[in-house]
Design a protein around this ligand. Structure first.
Ligand SMILES: NC(=O)c1ccc[n+]([C@@H]2O[C@H](COP(=O)([O-])OP(=O)(O)OC[C@H]3O[C@@H](n4cnc5c(N)ncnc54)[C@H](O)[C@@H]3O)[C@@H](O)[C@H]2O)c1
Length: 267
């Protein structure tokens, strides 16, 4: 989304989301919730989407009580009708859609030989097909209104493999690939598509591994910063990729991992 910032652009304008409408999937989760808060505080009206009613109501109430424009929308990414309907409702409610954050994802940790077709299909339908269809629906609206921003949330598994996370890992590898494919196809429509790759962040999704002593020790041993990341630490990268500041950045992934992929703790 290009914005004429004038001859002396202010930092405020570079990073402002004033007047923008943002849709966030997985908005009730550990990271999505923080992204909702951050985008709202940067000026966007936010459509918070999640399959989990309880967390959705909670986050929507919190933002509305702080005076932000926020709507909560039940969304099941594994259901195409629900995906297209949710985008239609956001358009109906706010009159436009400028930003899509594809944040929802599910994981089930088990050895490849134990993965059933049901598990495989569930993970792919949410993490990959849901993200794909969400982006299709959003990009159609963005094209009509002259541009937009899509930020996909990847994973360290977009870059490397981990034992017992084969299907999740495959979907996250695909998210990075799709980020580039969408960026190419929609560049002429002024839609920038980028990816943020979180490292080991402390949230409900990753709680089981942080609570496991062996795995927790393994992770700390690989994080140069020697601590888990907090969801808030992803916010700067996400806001940058949603804001005018990144108008010439597309098809890229920003890794926010405390130094894991840079070499970890080294010796
Ligand atoms: N936590 C980490 O360490 C970590 C690391 C790398 C990447 N990520 C990525 O960050 C994103 C957010 O992860 P998180 O840690 O906040 O997870 P989380 O489990 O806390 O949140 C995920 C949210 O997605 C929602 N969701 C699940 N299925 C859905 C569906 N069918 N339709 C709509 N919403 C659905 C859940 O209800 C939940 O609120 C994910 O894409 C995840 O892969 C997380």
């Amino acid at each position: 989304m290009y914005m004429d910032l004038g001859e002396f652009p202010s930092v405020e304008n570079l990073f402002s989301l004033n007047g923008r409408v943002a849709m966030i999937t997985g908005a009730g989760g550990g990271i999505g919730r923080v992204l909702g808060r951050g985008l709202a505080s940067a000026g966007a009206a936010v459509a918070l989407c999640d399959v989990d009613d309880f967390s959705l109501t909670d986050v929507q109430r919190e933002l509305s009580s702080r005076g932000y424009r926020a709507m909560g929308l039940k969304l099941d990414l594994s259901d195409q009708t629900s995906v297209f309907e949710s985008v239609r409702k956001v358009h109906e409610n706010f009159g436009r859609l400028d930003i899509l954050i594809n944040c929802a994802a599910i994981n089930k940790r088990e050895p490849i030989l134990e993965v059933t077709q049901t598990t495989f299909d569930q993970i792919v339908s949410v993490n990959l097909r849901g993200l794909f269809q969400m982006s299709q629906a959003a990009a159609r609206l963005m094209k009509e209104s002259g541009g937009g921003k899509i930020v996909n949330i990847g994973s360290l598994n977009s870059e490397m493999a981990l034992k017992n996370v084969s299907v999740y890992g495959a979907t996250k590898g695909a998210v990075k690939q799709l980020t580039m494919a969408m960026a190419l196809e929609w560049a002429n429509d002024d839609i920038q598509v980028n990816c943020v790759i979180p490292g080991f962040i402390s949230t409900p999704l990753s709680r089981p591994v942080w609570e496991d002593e062996t795995k927790s020790e393994w992770m700390r041993g690989r994080i140069a910063a020697r601590r888990p990341g907090e969801p808030q630490e992803l916010l700067g990268a996400v806001i940058y990729l949603c804001a005018p500041a990144s108008s010439y950045v597309t098809g890229q992934s920003i890794i926010v991992d405390g130094g894991v992929l840079a070499g970890g703790t080294s010796w």
